[in-house]
Design a protein around this ligand. Structure first.
Ligand code: DGL
Length: 261
């Protein structure tokens, strides 16, 4: 029998990307209670179509709820772009948080008029950032570039080599040409690459990290609370690098359990 705890956060992504949200959460509330799910077996999500992403999201959420989650945190831009209606319909009484709204509002607040967004194919195709940034700040020029190689590189743990830097440079080139003043890291995996992205986009560009602004929003809405530090990490597939990466990123021991969905 699973006991359900009030305010158990269920945080999910296609893989390790949502750990950038977890890191921000732990920075602010080290003893928060949460269950993390990375659906590594079916990643990447960002190259899949809207209906598949929505179906996977509902299955992920179902797993987290079965483990006791009563707040859902969609720590993935691709699911935030395409799965919110399906999640609301499937779990009408569960509070839901997503990354794109808070990220778009933060970008609209800081930009002088030219925003670059980097994300997955799905996030680009949805046009969500363009729409939401312009809802707050009309006539903002928003240019989105998809960077489909970043997620597989990160999931494989290829973080620092020369090739990664070259790929980053190549993806950012059109945004440099457009002289953006603000760059949105529109995929929750990308903050893992931030220290290599930053010098390649130039120091005058303000970086907006939705993995952090979602935590601002959760804080404002009062769902981040001191708990008893019940923190579980589930992945749908094992990669020996996952634990290593998670521990290096979160700077704490991480025990990974296998999830069957
Ligand atoms: N981390 C997810 C996002 O924010 C996507 C990763 C993937 O493509 O699976 O979009």
């Amino acid at each position: 029998v699973r006991l359900s705890f009030p305010d158990m956060l269920g945080i999910f992504d296609s893989g390790i990307g949502g750990l950038t949200v977890v890191k921000e959460l732990l920075r602010r509330q080290p003893d928060a209670d949460f269950i993390y799910l990375g659906d590594r077996a079916r990643a990447p999500y960002g190259s899949k179509t809207a209906d598949v992403i929505a179906r996977y999201a509902v299955e992920d959420a179902q797993f987290l709820i079965s483990q006791g989650a009563d707040v859902l945190v969609v720590a993935c831009n691709s699911m935030s772009a395409y799965a919110m209606d399906a999640l609301k319909a499937a779990f009408p009484s569960i509070p839901l948080f997503e990354v794109i709204g808070p990220g778009a509002r933060a970008a609209a607040a800081v930009t002088k008029g030219r925003v670059g967004v980097i994300g997955t194919h799905a996030t680009k195709k949805s046009g969500a950032y363009e729409r939401l940034i312009n809802d707050v700040r009309a006539k903002t020029d928003v240019q989105t570039v998809s960077c489909p190689l970043f997620v597989p590189l990160l999931e494989e743990g290829v973080l620092n080599p020369r090739e990664t830097k070259l790929i980053i440079k190549r993806y950012l080139a059109p945004l440099r040409t457009s002289q953006i003043d603000t760059l949105v890291l529109g995929c929750t995996h990308y903050p893992l690459l931030r220290e290599w992205i930053e010098p390649r986009i130039g120091h005058r560009v303000t970086i907006v990290d939705p993995s952090s602004t979602i935590v601002d929003e959760m804080t404002e809405r009062g769902v981040i609370k001191s708990g008893s530090g019940r923190q579980s990490y589930f992945f749908t597939d094992d990669n020996p690098r996952t634990r290593e990466l998670a521990e290096a990123w979160l700077k704490r021991p991480v025990n990974i359990e296998k999830a069957t969905i």
